[in-house]
Write a protein of this length. Structure first.
Length: 317
């Protein structure tokens, strides 16, 4: 005797829509967690990269008894601080396992070669270096920086007081004067050495970044200023071809701000080699002149971290 088989019951349209809705809700709940985990991994990679730069800077100091000069050139009469002059990241190449590239480029001899993939030396200077790039940074595009001549990007720029001798009292820099550890009288754990600089050309955020080989546009292609961090560079500050910089349209020197694509803040390397994530809400108002602000007690925490010799307490940050 055969049992009568019951007909299979299919999903109704309503049931199917309910299942799809549940799956959509689950995906919506999980997606931020996945994105957060990815950003945490990128931020960790960023922290490791800038820490390795700190180690290289200290190894350079051990060998030369000073930190690398921000920009330099051995051409008689050429002066310092011109487009094409070698900058501090090129000087530390031997200390980040890039000795072959350093020798091929003859770093410190004459000007840096032009970005030109048609020549061996031009190809060499177009070498992207992973340790100089933040994993969260989009670039312009990717590993390169069209704001500054199309050279490979640098996401970690040095503070002017550490590579250009800028001091608190005069607030003036000297491109051809090096800084030593003994010059950091505020303490190595209370002074910035390097900070992040994003390379971003977005609808709501522009940041010109840096490049590792030479100066282009301004000294902010390898350094950052005491201006409040994470300010968007004005579009009118770019040339007609979208490069840096039209100084007259950037009176507050926003191009010199430290910037980052990390949510809510950015990474800084302190002179002692430690790395700190500084949030966007740090007290960072810019006050000038420095001595007047010091007498009035209005120097921000961010500025106290920026200068190496202000003699002011930093506190928690």
């Amino acid at each position: 005797m055969h049992e009568k088989s019951l007909p299979r019951r299919a999903f109704t349209l309503v049931e199917l829509l309910v299942v799809i809705a549940i799956i959509g809700v689950l995906v919506a709940l999980l997606l931020p967690a996945v994105q957060s985990a990815r950003e945490a991994a990128r931020r960790s990679g960023c922290s490791n990269a800038i820490r390795q730069i700190g180690l290289a800077m200290h190894n350079y100091h051990d060998q030369n008894q000073n930190f690398p000069i921000g920009v330099s050139n051995d051409i008689p009469g050429a002066g310092n601080g011109s487009n094409g002059n070698w900058t501090w990241p090129a000087r530390i190449l031997p200390f980040i396992e890039q000795s072959a590239l350093y020798s091929q480029l003859n770093v410190g001899i004459g000007n840096a070669p032009a970005a030109n993939v048609q020549t061996p030396i031009g190809q060499a200077v177009m070498t992207p270096i992973a340790i100089f790039m933040c994993p969260s940074d989009p670039g312009d595009t990717k590993q390169f920086n069209r704001f500054l001549g199309g050279y490979p990007k640098l996401n970690y720029v040095a503070s002017k007081p550490m590579v250009m001798w800028r001091d608190f009292e005069s607030d003036a820099g000297y491109r051809n004067r090096s800084t030593r550890l003994v010059d950091v009288t505020d303490g190595t754990s209370n002074t910035f050495l390097c900070g992040e600089r994003a390379v971003a050309r977005l609808n709501n955020f522009i940041s010109m970044g840096g490049i590792w080989s030479n100066q282009q546009g301004s000294n902010n292609s390898y350094t950052f200023d005491a201006n409040p961090p994470n300010q968007s560079y004005p579009a009118t500050g770019l040339s007609a071809t979208g490069t840096c910089c039209v100084t007259a349209n950037d009176p507050n020197n926003i191009r010199g701000s430290a910037t980052s694509m990390h949510p809510n803040g950015l990474q800084f390397l302190l002179v002692d080699g430690s790395v700190r994530f500084v949030t966007n809400n740090i007290d960072s108002r810019r006050c000038s002149p420095n001595l007047t602000c010091s007498n009035n007690g209005t120097v921000s925490v961010y500025s106290r971290l920026y200068y190496r010799d202000d003699g002011l307490l930093v506190g928690d940050f």
